[in-house]
Design a protein around this ligand. Structure first.
Ligand SMILES: Nc1ncnc2c1ncn2[C@@H]1O[C@H](COP(=O)(O)OP(=O)(O)OP(=O)(O)O)[C@@H](O)[C@H]1O
Length: 477
């Protein structure tokens, strides 16, 4: 549920917004004064503010709200005549502006985007300190849980890179915590009071991504009925998180490379060169070295991004952290859901430890939530865990050990695994299953070649570099 504060003196607009967000908490105010009071009383996640208000200008209202808490995204509503003022407000920190009459198809995704930005900026990602034995519970922030050596190295890396103002590249499978690490880097950086904007480079088509990142001039293309300020410009002194960077098209890769090389770009349809000092944090679940070899990713862009690399281990390789995380999520969600559940039965922890967690921490989180919702007693027993984990844990875990020990038998039921991943809600099934298959194939071939990579690559019909990088990705080398 998003807490939205709307400040506008037109009752029709207030009603329309309340109707457009029936599941959210919408507070409406008809003057700037009332809006500021409501803002001070309880900070909203997002503010929508008209540019013309009866008691002060929308610009003044924006500046007052922005001074109180610069991390709350403020969207200005404007008529065509006042769009220039709204653009100026954006350059001073407003999140976006929308033209009246409001179009729900534009407004709803924009509010969702603003709410997500609000969450990422305001909910702190806290790195544990060395002295921490017990995990202290903090409902308002995200604590990074895990003590295994690989995670300790991740925490050290955050400490080293956060204050350096350099580009950081976060690598790891889906759900391993890349976004939460990006937030930690931002929050521990010298730019923590500034803007943090995120964009998922895989989720939107190329032309939209281009506009989102670089902005566009009015009339730059059909449908560009207003000027747009892009994220690179908005984040001039802030931090821009480019998620799923490995999935960008060649054109976007070239454009991003230019920004990284000389900190300049042009808006789409614009001629003026704009300079940006945005700090870039990039993340991907792809093996970029492999993508370079496959000619899908520019090597010069990779070298620009790879200034400081943080590699997140998959959950299945985090040993005792798995149970630590499960217990943390149990306490967290038990509080949220108001359930009197105190812990896991030993058998349930055994299953959790044995499962391969292809969806990593995110999958564990939803499994614990599922178990809590199912629970009727004070302890989580195996029956409360999702079927997919109980039934298939042995299959998936075996996949891991087979690939590493190179000694197990073959014969996965891929149809069953696909069904399992579908039931688990995964949206990365192709990669998950292909990885499991690849690991098994490699393990068998390497066993046959006594671990000789050159011979194995020959028998597999792939290059030695490809084999090496796949094995590195699986952390087999
Ligand atoms: N070490 C950790 N301790 C506590 N919570 C974590 C940890 N790592 C990840 N999480 C939680 O797991 C969930 C998934 O993490 P996140 O979204 O950062 O993963 P991701 O790698 O960015 O995933 P994707 O590649 O799919 O975007 C989030 O709710 C995050 O807060």
């Amino acid at each position: 549920m998003t807490r939205i504060l709307v400040i506008d003196d037109e009752p029709l607009i207030l009603d329309a917004i309340e109707m457009a967000f029936p599941d959210d908490e919408v507070t409406t105010c008809v003057t700037a004064g009332q809006g500021i009071d409501a803002f001070l009383k309880s900070l909203p996640d997002v503010v929508l503010c008209d540019i013309r208000l009866p008691d002060m200008s929308g610009m003044e209202a924006f500046e007052k709200l922005h001074r109180i808490d610069a991390k709350v995204p403020i969207i200005l509503m404007t008529g065509r005549g006042t769009a220039q003022t709204a653009i100026e407000a954006m350059q001073r920190g407003a999140f976006e502006y929308v033209l009246k009459p409001l179009d729900p198809d534009t407004l709803i995704p924009l509010i969702e985007d603003a709410a997500e930005t609000s969450r990422m900026t305001r909910i702190r990602a806290i790195v544990p300190d060395d002295s921490q034995d017990e995990v202290s519970f903090d409902g308002d922030n995200d604590l990074l849980i895990g003590n295994c050596p690989a995670m300790q190295e991740v925490y050290r890396s955050i400490g080293r890179v956060a204050r350096q103002n350099v580009t950081a590249l976060i690598l790891g499978e889906s759900g391993t915590g890349k976004e939460v690490i990006a937030r930690a880097i931002y929050q521990y950086s010298q730019r923590s009071a500034g803007r943090f904007l995120a964009i998922n480079c895989a989720a939107i088509p190329e032309n939209l991504l281009e506009s989102e990142l670089f902005g566009h001039e009015k009339g730059a293309f059909t449908g560009a009925e207003r000027k747009k300020v892009g994220k690179f410009e908005l984040c001039n002194d802030g931090t821009l998180f480019l998620d799923e960077i490995g999935d960008m098209t060649p054109l976007m890769q070239t454009k991003i490379l230019r920004v990284l090389q000389d900190q300049t770009f042009e808006r789409v349809g614009g001629t003026g060169t704009i300079r940006t000092h945005a700090r870039i944090i990039a993340a991907t679940n792809r093996n970029l070295e492999q993508a370079i070899e496959d000619k899908e990713f520019r090597s010069d862009l990779f070298y620009r991004l790879n200034v400081y690399k943080i590699k997140l281990p998959p959950l299945r390789e985090r040993g005792e952290d798995i149970a630590l995380l499960a217990n943390y999520f149990l306490r967290r969600f038990a509080k949220e859901l108001d359930k009197q559940v105190t812990g896991f039965a030993a058998e349930a922890i055994d299953i959790i430890n044995a499962y391969a967690w292809p969806g990593n921490v995110r999958e564990l989180q939803s499994a614990v939530k599922h178990a809590l919702l199912e629970a009727t007693g004070p302890v989580i027993v195996p029956a409360y865990l999702p079927d997919s984990i109980r039934e298939k844990q042995s299959t998936t875990k075996r996949a891991e050990s087979q690939s590493q020990a190179s000694s197990a038998k073959t014969g996965f039921d891929f149809a069953a695994m696909t069904r399992e991943r579908l039931a688990a809600g995964s949206d990365d099934i192709h990669r998950e299953l292909i990885s499991v298959a690849e690991k098994e194939i490699f393990a068998e071939v390497l066993k046959h070649t006594d671990g000789n990579l050159t011979q194995a690559a020959k028998r597999l019909g792939i290059t030695r570099t490809t084999l090496r990088s796949r094995l590195e990705l699986f952390d087999v080398l």
